[in-house]
Write a protein that binds this ligand. Structure first.
Ligand code: KG4
Ligand code: ZN
Length: 346
């Protein structure tokens, strides 16, 4: 069965307005039928948080309040949608920063009430899964999804819509968190992932042999020890080339991620491997995943870089599916900063 065969027929026009405000991107998008992106607007707050070296929740919430109306207007105008043109409004309800989530959820509920259309609450992690299917709806299932973002690192067996099995997750830092912390220590700025990706291109990835934590053991990850190893190395070798340190760190992190995704794919008899989340934009991770899938005969799907990082098209796509499967979300339901994915084995 392919993913698109599993999609139920669309009764309505299926025009969903998606809203994403879980962290530091204010985003809105119009997506038809869970895959046809009519508009996708992302307003990044990176510049506001860069001087603090990370996201400041209070600043994020205030910036979302300022940006939400213009971002929504731009998404609707670009999509050519006016009153009566939207069939449902979806918003990320968690996990994320509570003050940020509330801005998007309140806007979504208000619009759903005014337009008299359903509101759908979306899990941000599920939205990252659906980013892949927007661009490639015909992936064969089951798939192994490697979800690597700033807050999460998970290996998931995607068996069907809404049917996910958790294979492994990080025991400490998320992959993106490790990239951000190492970059901060190396004075590469914020956000760290893209900075490490860039400078590593000039470095020697074999210059320093950093540890590959839990490489041979199961499906869980650990990145905290790797981060500490990088810091200890720089302390002991203050003249080490920053590009070499970054490239060697990136090589260690990517080797662990790809080795575990590959092993999991063999173990569950997956048809393919799919990357999701901000770290999936990493050049080396993308290159190595393609190599492994070519060698082992797995289908591979790498969402475009703009679909990997936070956006609202993925929220609209996941919302459309949730609306088809579960119906509208009650307007009484609130945002949940610690919302979990409903795994079938947890
Ligand atoms: O999915 P995302 O946009 O937000 C969360 O839901 O967390 O992921 C953000 C994370 C950050 O840690 C950022 O440094 C990382 O993704 N990231 C990257 C790259 N682009 C973004 N990490 C490594 N290489 C990249 N090119
Ligand atoms: Zn995210």
């Amino acid at each position: 069965m392919t993913f698109s065969e599993a999609i139920p027929t669309i009764e309505s026009g299926g025009v969903v307005l998606g809203i994403e405000t879980s962290c530091d991107e204010t985003a809105a998008a119009v997506v038809v039928g869970g895959r046809e992106v009519r508009s996708s607007v992302v307003s990044s707050q990176v510049d506001l948080h860069a001087r603090y070296g990370g996201v400041v929740p209070e600043i994020a919430g205030r910036a979302h309040e300022q940006h939400i109306t213009p971002v929504l207007a731009e998404a609707l105008i670009e999509a050519g949608v006016d009153d009566g043109g939207v069939d449902a409004v979806a918003a990320t309800v968690g996990p994320g920063l509570i003050g940020s989530l509330l801005v998007g959820v309140s806007a979504a509920k208000a619009l759903a009430l005014v337009w008299d259309v359903p509101f759908v609450g979306v899990n941000h992690l599920e939205a990252h899964f659906y980013a892949s299917f927007i661009e490639e709806p015909d992936l064969d299932l089951p798939l192994v999804v490697l979800l690597v973002s700033g807050g999460h690192t998970m290996l998931v067996s995607f068996e069907d819509h809404g049917r996910y099995r958790l294979l492994g997750s990080t025991l400490d830092d998320a992959a993106g968190e490790a990239f951000d912390k190492v970059a901060r220590y190396l004075d590469l700025g914020y956000p760290g992932g893209p900075a490490i990706d860039l400078i590593s291109m000039e470095g020697d990835a074999e210059a320093i042999r950093f540890p590959r934590p839990l490489l041979a053991d199961g499906h869980d990850f650990s990145f905290s020890g790797l981060k500490t190893a990088v810091i200890n190395h720089v302390r002991a070798n203050p003249d080490a080339s920053t590009a070499d340190v970054a490239a060697s760190f990136q090589a260690a992190a990517v080797e662990v991620l790809v080795t575990k995704a590959r092993r999991a794919a063999h173990e569950i008899g997956a048809k393919g491997i799919c990357l999701a989340g901000g770290v999936a934009a990493n050049s080396l991770l993308r290159e190595r995943t393609l190599d492994v899938c070519a060698d082992d005969g797995f289908a591979v799907f790498l969402p475009s870089r703009s679909m990997c990082t936070d956006n609202a098209a993925m929220v609209a796509a996941a919302g459309w599916w949730r609306l088809e499967s579960d119906g509208p979300t009650n307007l009484e339901a609130g945002a949940n900063p610690r919302l979990k994915l409903p795994f079938i084995n947890a």
